[in-house]
Design a protein around this ligand. Structure first.
Ligand SMILES: [Zn+2]
Length: 320
């Protein structure tokens, strides 16, 4: 038996750097100072640190950490790989306390690590992001509330409920959104960007989805939940409800409480694992590789004015 965790990159710092480099630099080392690709040599010897390269073109030194989520982190690269692996392979999430115990680090370090891995899992959502669905495919949409329970709360105000809308391609990916409300004004641009118009659209009978459903060339199938109707022919919303149940078991059972400001990162985490799940042929190590690739071009910086972490996404380097 060969355990996944016995791979050298989970234990040896040089092997860990080589592994991350193979994912982020598939065509050779990319100098972050001048952009030249494949014209650098690895620094050897006892005096240099693991993962250090020197560019022939500009004579400067660099590592694969620069310009990625791993930049300015003192956490060794093999520990990054360990934590990325456990977060990618734990279906319901991996809480900060457990990161702290597993890595034997401070709560603060554990919290930062968890959120940085969540940033790696976040997919780009811009004009270049391909839509989900398409001709012959079915998209299910639904919304739910997260949090806001006053049960077991000894003091302090009850946190407000947060609304999450999710769009799932049956047998495919999910995209969920923390939304201020469920109105056509809020949902129309989300569906416009993310849902392929040739799909068939399934939802419950809520008026907001009826107003949006006619846009789909595959038609709109609505099941009437208030009349206890859950399936009509091929129309149902069981897939998106199944996704919400994984999300809620994670948020209530593993994370307990998720603040409004960070909810979007937890949604990225659950979306990422669901969209790259075993049933779609993605195993735990392949999912970890995808998260490592997602570290590229993102830097987490602390925004003192708002007191929260923000991500600086850099445009991809030419040729990189
Ligand atoms: Zn250079």
């Amino acid at each position: 038996m060969k355990s996944e965790l016995s791979s050298p990159w989970f234990h040896d710092e040089n092997a860990a750097f080589a592994y991350v480099e193979s994912k982020l630099w598939p065509t050779g080392p990319v100098c972050p100072h001048c952009g030249v690709i494949g014209k650098a040599s690895r620094r050897g010897g006892k005096s240099s640190r693991p993962g250090l390269w020197k560019c022939y073109a500009c004579r400067k030194e660099f590592t694969v950490r620069i310009g990625s989520i791993f930049e300015s982190s003192h956490v060794p690269m093999h520990v990054w790989l360990q934590i990325t692996y456990v977060m990618c392979s734990s279906k319901k999430g991996f809480p900060t306390r457990q990161i702290q115990r597993t890595l034997n680090c401070s709560m603060k370090t554990a919290w930062f690590l968890g959120h940085r891995v969540r940033e790696c899992m976040k997919e780009a959502r811009d004009l270049f992001t391909p839509q989900i669905g398409g001709a012959g495919k079915t998209l299910e949409a639904d919304d739910t509330f997260i949090g806001g329970s006053g049960e077991n709360r000894a003091f302090g105000p009850i946190p407000p409920k947060q609304t999450v809308m999710a769009l799932v391609q049956r047998g495919g990916a999910v995209r969920s959104f923390h939304v201020p409300n469920v109105t056509a004004t809020t949902l129309a641009p989300i569906l416009g960007y993310h849902a392929h118009k040739d799909s068939r659209f399934n939802s419950d009978e809520a008026a907001v989805y009826r107003h949006l459903g006619w846009n789909f060339r595959g038609g709109h199938g609505a099941v009437n939940h208030s009349a206890k109707e859950y399936v009509r022919g091929d129309d149902y919303t069981n897939t998106v409800e199944g996704y919400f149940s994984i999300l809620k078991r994670g948020i209530y059972g593993v994370y307990f409480h998720v603040s409004e400001a960070h909810l979007h990162r937890y949604l990225s985490e659950f979306d990422f694992r669901y969209s790259h799940r075993i049933r779609l042929g993605v195993d735990d190590m392949q999912r970890t590789d995808l998260a490592i690739k997602g570290a590229k071009g993102k830097r987490l910086t602390y925004r003192t004015t708002t007191g929260c972490w923000a991500v600086q996404v850099e445009p991809p380097h030419l040729g990189a």
